[in-house]
Design a protein around this ligand. Structure first.
Ligand code: BGC
Ligand code: NOJ
Length: 816
């Protein structure tokens, strides 16, 4: 617990404690673990939504505001003439003490000003659609304090896109009711909505406001709202314009006294029955029941305890103790929390994703599952099926779907030729974790077949994915790239010259039967290897052999046409010219094909794998990670697309795109190089950035999508924290790579690859109901290769720990 400039890890509490509010960027956490979510910053900024940040947004947030992060869950304190917020913003009065503890599913603020201490705990109870703000006010001064408190949030009209753009309508639709101090936000409830929002307080209120103009004033801001300055709520009722929720509480606290109460923000589904008690008077019984449920503090405390218990239980499935504090604190806590967030939200709602742009990504969600199956396998099962159902009968997939409706969304483009292959990774990861092969027989149909005219089991979807890739190969026998592969910006068929066109939507070139991808080739090898292994396990040797044959064929195409001399090529463009080759002037070497070809098992025997990773070291690695390619593109290349659109060193143009770094780490471990893998791991690890945090700027507890590269004017700066595939892949690196704990069909496989100077490490892994306490010792300073394995004291052959019965606690000792 070494305090750094802006905060520190409290590992035992599983919290990151922020000790000053003016962090280099807003530092985010998430409330909620089921269907109800609230991104929350270290200044209490953010918003709340039910399932889908586009279609069911309850409170408003203005992205890219000045300053950043200006809307949120606020409490104003008026103590004499001083007005302040426990979250510092929006008033930004200097506090005598400020602490924000971001924890698992909650954020706690503790602030003090002039002897008044306020603690606010924000969380969402398990399985509920309620956000609670438990508030404790303490008079620590020696004098009596007469305080006026005002809560504040701004309602959103649910459909966030319309809410943010269509003011000719939205300024006239707002409606609220107030009863017993509880604000009922009922916009559009009279017509097609069967749901409404409540905002109440468990303590009797001394006033309220629901009209933003009345509370804030037309020319004031949230930093100086009229009502708060005056110390007198207006009891305003919003008619149109912008409905808000605010309560006034007058507290009179003797020295040493404290009061505790809770603000309740709830999403209530009424259904279509009994919506009104009288014309224009809504039936509030369900809203009242929510308020009643949390009326006393004990029920709020109990709900919070359940959230904590649930997280402790989830995280207990995988815990490590290694000589690396970075691996311990990321692997045990934050990396898993980030995996949960990416599972829940895919790429939809963060400080960088507005909730209206992208829903659940097909390739993204499949990869996210790799870091999630061990947490809640039942949810993983449903997710695999939901994703698979957005594949079309031809083989291509909707690139994205909306979480509320689970329907594919074509608005963000399509034709990505890698999408379908990721389904094999998620499905096999799920089966290895659970042993549940029945998922393969689930009939999920196809997204383009109305009323399931053509049905298809999950197994058939996997077959289709393989077949589609095989049937769509180009002149060199390599997979066609289509619109793009994993690298959304390698647009070899777009030829976009229209300034306002989205690269992701730009039309295809005249011939999309030429451009091929080595990244997809490597991914195909990796996926087909997994698929063949699955067939073997199912006792279908013929199918396994058939898929193995496809694998061999792809390997030989890569060997013949995919090797550039010192590394794997990245692609062939629409004219059949190589991309990612020594012969190119810029973009000579790319990262993705090095990672995937090695992970796919290509070049392990002939030295090419080693050579490719050596080239990565020589050309791509620097202190903040491996950049995506070198040299960066300095000009726009119409035949390459968006990849060449970014200034050198940013995003897909030679930024450190963290998501693909673990592929290199896993590749290195395949070759047994635990030392270099660990050095690389630290280079992108946020927990290792505290010393250079003013350069890094992002949250030191979660991965960012991108760190600017060595060619950037601002190298080492992180952007796009939280919602990135980096989470799942770095968790895979830690759990299955370094620690080598790999769920398998016949047991728990143990194959660690560690830095040679680790004398030992321990892992606790819960797997299929049993608990495995694993200790690995490394007396000879090795990287890899188990020499001896003992289960409950008895030596066994091989590296597979056999299944123990549910409830058993197994002691595993291994020597490298
Ligand atoms: C970004 C990619 C992203 C894509 C999808 C591009 O502008 O650079 O990282 O995947 O948009 O919308
Ligand atoms: C972010 C996207 O979410 C992901 O799907 C893509 O693979 C990467 N960007 C790389 O372009």
């Amino acid at each position: 617990m070494t305090p750094q400039k802006y905060g520190y890890f409290d590992d035992n509490a599983r919290e990151y404690v922020i000790t000053r509010p003016d962090t280099p960027l807003p530092w985010l956490n998430y409330l909620g673990q089921d269907d109800f979510f609230g991104p929350i910053t270290n200044c209490a900024g953010g918003y709340t939504f039910y399932r889908d940040a586009k279609l069911r947004r309850l409170t408003r947030y203005r992205y890219n505001d000045i300053p950043y992060d200006n809307n949120g869950r606020y409490l104003y304190v008026k103590d004499g003439d001083t007005v302040w917020n426990p979250s510092w913003k929006p008033v930004r009065t200097e506090l005598d003490r400020y602490e924000c503890r971001h924890g698992m599913g909650y954020s706690r603020f503790i602030a003090e000003k002039d002897g008044v201490e306020i603690e606010m705990l924000f969380f969402i109870p398990n399985e509920e659609t309620v956000e609670l703000w438990q508030t404790t006010v303490r008079n620590k001064s020696g004098v009596k304090k007469d305080l006026k408190l005002f809560s504040f949030l701004e309602f959103c009209f649910y459909e966030a896109q319309n809410d943010a753009t269509n003011y000719q309508r939205t300024y006239s639709i707002g409606e609220v009711e107030v009863e017993d101090g509880v604000v009922y936000h009922k916009t559009e409830y009279r017509e097609r909505r069967d749901h409404y929002t409540i905002f109440g307080c468990t303590r009797p209120v001394d006033g309220f406001d629901t009209c933003r103009d009345a509370f804030v004033g037309i020319h004031n801001g949230l930093h100086d709202p009229k009502v708060v300055l005056a110390g007198e709520a207006g009891n305003s009722i919003a008619h149109g314009w912008n409905p808000i929720g605010s309560h006034q509480l007058n507290l009179s606290l003797e020295p040493g006294a404290e009061e505790q109460f809770t603000f309740v923000l709830g999403y209530v589904v009424q259904g279509d029955e009994n919506k009104f008690d009288a014309p224009l008077v809504m039936n509030k019984s369900k809203g009242k029941a929510v308020m009643a449920k949390y009326a006393d503090n004990a029920s709020v405390d109990a709900a919070f305890e359940s959230v904590q218990e649930r997280w402790a239980e989830l995280l207990s499935n995988f815990q490590v103790k290694t000589p690396s504090k970075e691996i311990n604190r990321m692997g045990n806590t934050w990396n898993q929390a980030q995996c949960m967030a990416t599972f829940n939200l895919s790429r939809s709602a963060s400080m960088f994703e507005t909730g209206i742009g992208r829903g659940m990504g097909y390739r993204d969600s499949n990869q996210d599952l790799l870091g999630f199956v061990h947490l809640v396998p039942e949810k993983a099962r449903q997710r695999v099926l939901d994703i698979a159902a957005t594949q079309m009968s031809g083989g291509l997939c909707f690139h994205q779907y909306q979480p509320l409706t689970k329907k594919g969304n074509a608005d963000i483009g399509g034709g990505f030729m890698d999408d379908h292959l990721w389904l094999i990774l998620s499905t096999t990861a799920y089966i290895k974790e659970t042993g549940d092969t029945s998922i393969l027989d689930e009939n999920i149909g196809y997204a383009d077949q109305a009323d399931d005219a053509k049905t298809g089991t999950l197994l058939e979807h996997l077959e289709l994915s393989i077949r589609y890739c095989l049937e769509n190969r180009g002149p060199h026998g390599l997979p066609l790239i289509g619109h793009a592969d994993w690298n959304d910006c390698l647009n070899l068929n777009c030829f976009s010259t229209e300034a306002n066109e989205s690269f992701q939507l730009a039309g295809h070139g005249t011939n999309d039967k030429v451009a091929e991808s080595l990244m997809i080739a490597g991914l195909f090898c990796y996926a087909s290897d997994l698929f063949a292994e699955l067939y073997n396990f199912m006792g279908k040797a013929d199918d396994a052999d058939r898929i193995r044959g496809n694998y061999d064929e792809m390997v030989s195409a890569v060997e013949t046409h995919g090797w550039d001399g010192k590394w794997f090529l990245r692609a062939y463009d629409a004219f059949g010219n190589p991309v990612g080759s020594e012969t190119n002037e810029e973009g000579k070497i790319y990262i993705e094909s090095q990672g995937w070809c090695v992970m796919g098992g290509i070049g392990l025997e002939d030295g090419r794998a080693q050579q490719a990773l050596d080239s990565v070291h020589e050309h791509l690695y620097y202190e903040h990670g491996c950049v995506l390619q070198q040299p960066p593109y300095t000009n726009y290349h119409v035949e390459l697309g968006e990849v060449s659109s970014y200034p050198p060193g940013y995003k897909e143009n030679a930024g450190v795109f963290c998501h693909n770094n673990p592929w290199i780490h896993l590749g290195l471990m395949k070759l047994g190089d635990g030392d270099r893998a660990y050095e690389y791991y630290l280079s992108v690890c946020p927990a290792a950035k505290e010393d250079s945090i003013d350069t890094y700027r992002g949250e030191p507890y979660v991965y960012s999508q991108m760190i600017s590269g060595k060619d950037a004017p601002t190298p080492g700066e992180a952007k796009n924290a939280w919602l990135t595939g980096t989470a799942a892949w770095t968790f895979t690196t830690v759990s299955q790579g370094f620690c080598g704990v790999q769920p398998d069909y016949s047991g728990l496989k143990l194959d660690p690859c560690i830095p040679s100077d680790w004398p030992e490490f321990e892992v606790t892994r819960k797997f299929r109901g049993a608990t495995y306490n694993i200790k690995v010792i490394n007396p000879n300073g090795r990287n890899k290769g188990i020499q001896e394995l003992k289960i409950n004291g008895k030596p066994i052959e091989g590296t597979i720990i056999p299944f123990a019965e549910a409830g058993a606690v197994v002691t595993v000792e291994a020597t490298l």
